[in-house]
Design a protein around this ligand. Structure first.
Ligand code: DOR
Ligand code: ZN
Length: 367
C-alpha cells in the first residue's frame, strides 16, 4: 500500500497561542485539519464569549490561506467566571465548552481552579459553571492532574494523573451525571482503565501523538531533552503500551488531540523549561507513523483522527478526503518566525535535532 485516503481529520486539542506565534503555527494546523479546538490558556486567558470571538477572528486572519478551516475556542474555567456570560456564549457558539486547568499544574495555569472540590460541591460558582455547560449541551475538557492530594500533601509528577482518575473523576461524574467530559492527553494505564470502564457518549478522551511515539526513556536519552518535556509528563513504557492498546480498540470515545504546545527555544532551553511538545507541523504524519509502526494504517486510524473526535463534540465528520502518500522524509528544520520587524525567534519542531542524523524519520506524507 503506497497511499491511504481518509476523511479530513479533526484536531480536538491544540495550543495556538497569539500574535506572531499564532500566525506561525495556526496555518500548520489548518493545512491538515478541517477544524480544530484551540485551548484558552493565553495570557490573559480566554474567559468570555467576547474574548473568544475576537480570538477566533485572529485565528481566521492567521489561517486566511485556508478559508474553510473552522476554529473553535474553549473558555478557561476560573474561580471568577461569569456563569451567565458562559451560558450565553456556549449557546451562541462563541465558546465550544470550558477547560479545567488545575492551578499551577501546567503552562499558563495560574488562573486555574484553586480548590478542585468546588467542581463537585453544589452551591459553588464552579459547580454552577459546569451546570451551565451541561444545560447548553457542551463539553467540559479536563486536564486530569492535580499538584496536591485532597489532604494537601504534594503529589509526585508521575502520580498526578493516576490520582485524578482514582479520586476526582468518580466524584465529578457522580456530582454531574449528565455532564459530557473530555479527558485530555491521557498518559497512564490508570487513565486507560478508567476510560475502558466508563468511556462512552458522555466521557471521551484525547491522546497526543507524542505520548504514542515516546515513553519517558526518550526524554532522558543522552541527557535531558527539553523538547520532550510536556505535562502530563511522558510515562514509563508500560503506560505507553496501555495507550497503544486503548487506541487499538477503535472505541468511539477515543480520539486524536495533539496538545501541540509551541514554546520558543529561549523558554524551552532556559533555567526553567516550559512544558509542551510542538507537533503541529506534522501532526497527522506523526499519528500515521504510530498506526503504521504499531497498529495498522486503516479504518481504525481514520476513526481516531477524523470520526470519533468530531462526533463526540457533536459535529458531522468531514465529507472531504485527504491522502497520505508513502514518501519517507525527515523532519528537516527549525521553525523560525518573526517577532517584530527585525527580530526572529524559533521553535524546535518535534523530531528536529541539530544533528541531521538524529532527526525523526517519517514514512507518510500528507498531500
Ligand atoms: O505540555 C503542556 N503544554 N501541557 C499543557 O497542559 C499546556 C501546554 C502549554 O500550554 O504549553
Ligand atoms: Zn493542552
Amino acid at each position: 500500500m503506497n497511499t491511504f485516503t481518509f476523511q479530513r481529520p479533526f484536531e480536538s486539542h491544540v495550543h495556538g497561542r497569539d500574535g506572531h506565534l499564532l500566525q506561525a503555527v495556526a496555518p500548520l494546523t489548518a493545512r491538515q485539519f478541517w477544524g480544530a479546538i484551540f485551548e484558552p490558556n493565553l495570557k490573559p486567558p480566554i474567559t468570555t464569549g467576547k474574548q473568544a470571538r475576537v480570538y477566533i477572528e485572529r485565528i481566521k486572519a492567521a489561517t486566511a490561506e485556508y478559508p474553510d478551516f473552522q476554529a473553535f475556542v474553549l473558555g478557561y474555567l476560573t474561580d471568577s467566571l461569569d456563569v451567565e456570560d458562559l451560558y450565553e456564549s456556549l449557546l451562541d457558539g462563541s465558546l465550544l465548552g470550558v477547560k479545567f486547568y488545575p492551578r499551577g499544574a501546567t503552562t499558563n495555569s495560574d488562573s486555574g481552579i484553586e480548590d478542585v472540590r468546588s467542581l463537585y460541591t453544589s452551591g459553588t460558582k464552579q459547580f454552577d459553571c459546569i451546570n451551565a455547560v451541561v444545560a447548553a449541551d457542551k463539553v467540559i475538557q479536563l486536564h486530569c492532574e492535580l499538584n496536591f492530594r485532597l489532604d494537601g500533601s504534594e503529589l509526585d509528577p508521575y502520580d498526578k494523573e493516576g490520582y485524578f482518575f482514582a479520586e476526582i473523576m468518580p466524584r465529578l461524574q457522580e456530582a454531574h451525571p449528565n455532564a459530557k467530559f473530555s479527558c485530555e492527553h491521557l498518559t497512564t494505564a490508570e487513565a486507560v482503565h478508567y476510560m475502558l470502564k466508563n468511556g462512552g457518549p458522555n466521557l471521551g478522551c484525547s491522546i497526543t501523538a507524542h505520548h504514542l511515539l515516546h515513553d519517558r526513556r526518550d526524554m532522558f536519552r543522552g541527557g535531558l531533552r527539553p523538547d520532550l518535556f510536556c505535562l502530563p509528563v511522558l510515562k514509563r513504557y508500560e503506560h505507553w503500551e496501555a495507550l497503544i492498546a486503548l487506541v487499538s480498540g477503535n472505541h468511539s470515545f477515543v480520539y486524536a488531540g495533539t496538545d501541540s504546545a509551541p514554546h520558543d527555544r529561549r523558554t524551552k532551553e532556559s533555567d526553567c523549561c516550559s512544558g509542551g511538545v510542538f507537533t503541529a507541523h506534522a501532526a497527522i504524519e506523526f499519528y500515521a507513523e504510530v498506526f503504521y509502526r504499531h497498529l495498522h494504517l486503516g479504518p481504525g486510524f481514520e476513526n481516531f483522527v477524523s470520526v470519533h473526535g468530531p462526533k463526540f463534540y457533536g459535529f458531522e465528520p468531514s465529507d472531504e478526503s485527504c491522502t497520505l502518500v508513502r514518501n519517507p522524509w525527515t523532519v528537516d528544520d527549525e521553525l523560525h518566525y518573526s517577532i517584530n520587524s527585525d527580530g526572529v525567534d524559533s521553535i524546535r519542531p518535534h523530531g528536529y535535532s541539530k544533528n541531521p542524523e538524529e532527526r525523526m524519520k517519517l514514512t507518510w506524507k500528507l498531500v
